[in-house]
Write a protein that binds this ligand. Structure first.
Ligand code: 8YV
Length: 306
C-alpha cells in the first residue's frame, strides 16, 4: 500500500513518535515538492502562512502540533474548506507547570542564585538580597482557557487567591472575574499571561497594565510574545515599575531582545512550556490520530474550533 504523502514543517517528539509518522506516511520537508499533499503537520509557533497555503492547492488538513493557531491563515483555510486540528488539553498541565516554575524561579531568585554560585560569589563571601514570597501573592490570570484554568486549579491548591480576565465571566468558576487587564493587574501581584495569540490580544499587557501591577509585581508569559508589549516590559523592569518577569515566549523567536537580556530579575526560557516527554507524546498521538482519521475519511479527533 502506498503511504500518503504529507508535508511536515515541525518535528514530532519523542523520537518514536517521529518514527511512527515516518512509518505511516511519506514525509516531505520541502514545500516546493509538496504541491500534491493533502495534509500538513506544523507546530503552534510555526503555523502555515498565507503564502505557504497558497503553494498547496490540494491541501485538506492542517494538523497543528500545539494549541496556538495564531500563525495559521484561518481565513484562507475556512474559504478553501481546509480542516484545522490542534492538540487541546494534553499540554495544559505542562504549560501551567512551566508558568508556576517561572513564577517561583523569578520570585525566589532561582536563576540569579544559580549564576551567583557558579560565578564563585557565594564562596567569595557574597550575599544575595532577600526575595519576596511567591505563594503569599494574589494571582491574576489573563486568558482563562484550558491552560489558564488548569493553572488556576494548581494555584488554588497551593492556597493562593486567584482572579481572572476572559472575554466573558464564567459563572461556574471559583475564581474572581475582572473585566479587563488593568483591573486584573490592580488586583494581583503575580500576573500570568495565558491568552491566545493574534491581533485581538496584541499588547494586552502594556505600560498601563504593568504600572497597575506595581513595584512588587511579577509577570509571567507562557502564551505568545506579542501579548506583552516587550518595550514596555523592558522599561518597567529597568525602572522598577515591576519587580520581575518570567518569559517563555517572545516576539521574534528565537531572538530575544537585548533589552530583556539586560533587564534585572528577568528569567528567560526558550518556549518550552509544552516540552515534556508526556505532553509531547500525547500531542504527537493526537496529530497521528487526526491524520489517520482524515485519510480514512473518518471524523477528526480534535478539530479546531472544537
Ligand atoms: C509548542 C505552542 O511550542 O501549543 C502551542 O501553540 O506554542 C507549543 O505547545 C509547539 O506547538 C510545539 O510543537
Amino acid at each position: 500500500m502506498t503511504r500518503p504523502r504529507i508535508l511536515c514543517l515541525a518535528d514530532l517528539k519523542p523520537q518514536d513518535m517521529a518514527q511512527r509518522l515516518e512509518g505511516d506516511y511519506h514525509v516531505l520537508r520541502d514545500i516546493a515538492n509538496a504541491a500534491d499533499v493533502e495534509a500538513v503537520v506544523t507546530a503552534g509557533n510555526v503555523g502555515l502562512s498565507t503564502a505557504q497555503m497558497a503553494q498547496l492547492p490540494a491541501l485538506r488538513l492542517i494538523a497543528v502540533n500545539g494549541v496556538g493557531v495564531d500563525a495559521v491563515d484561518l481565513a484562507q483555510a475556512a474559504r478553501r474548506g481546509i480542516a484545522v486540528t490542534t492538540t487541546p488539553d494534553v499540554l495544559s498541565q505542562a504549560v501551567a507547570e512551566m508558568a508556576l516554575a517561572l513564577a517561583l524561579a523569578t520570585g525566589r531568585q532561582v536563576a540569579e542564585g544559580d549564576r551567583f554560585v557558579r560565578a564563585g560569589q557565594w564562596v567569595g563571601g557574597g550575599k544575595l538580597g532577600l526575595a519576596s514570597s511567591v505563594l503569599d501573592r494574589r494571582a491574576g490570570i489573563l486568558g482563562y482557557g484550558r491552560i489558564g484554568r488548569r493553572l488556576a486549579d494548581m494555584l488554588r491548591g497551593l492556597g493562593m487567591g486567584v482572579s481572572y480576565t476572559a472575554r466573558s465571566e464564567r459563572p461556574d468558576s471559583p475564581d474572581s472575574f475582572r473585566p479587563d487587564a488593568v483591573s486584573l493587574a490592580q488586583d494581583c501581584e503575580l500576573l500570568f499571561v495565558t491568552a491566545a495569540g493574534g491581533e485581538a490580544t496584541r499588547s494586552l499587557v502594556d505600560a498601563a497594565v504593568l504600572s497597575a501591577l506595581g513595584a512588587q509585581g511579577i509577570v509571567v508569559n507562557v502564551a505568545r510574545g506579542p501579548v506583552v508589549d516587550t518595550a514596555a516590559l523592558a522599561a518597567a523592569l529597568h525602572s522598577g515599575t515591576v519587580a520581575g518577569a518570567g518569559m517563555d515566549v517572545f516576539d521574534d523567536e528565537p531572538d530575544v531582545p537585548q533589552s530583556l537580556l539586560d533587564a534585572p530579575n528577568c528569567v528567560l526560557t526558550p518556549h518550552i512550556g509544552s516540552a515534556t516527554v508526556q505532553a509531547r507524546r500525547a500531542m504527537a498521538q493526537l496529530v497521528l490520530d487526526n491524520l489517520a482519521a482524515h485519510f480514512a475519511g473518518q471524523p477528526l479527533s480534535t478539530p479546531y474550533p472544537g
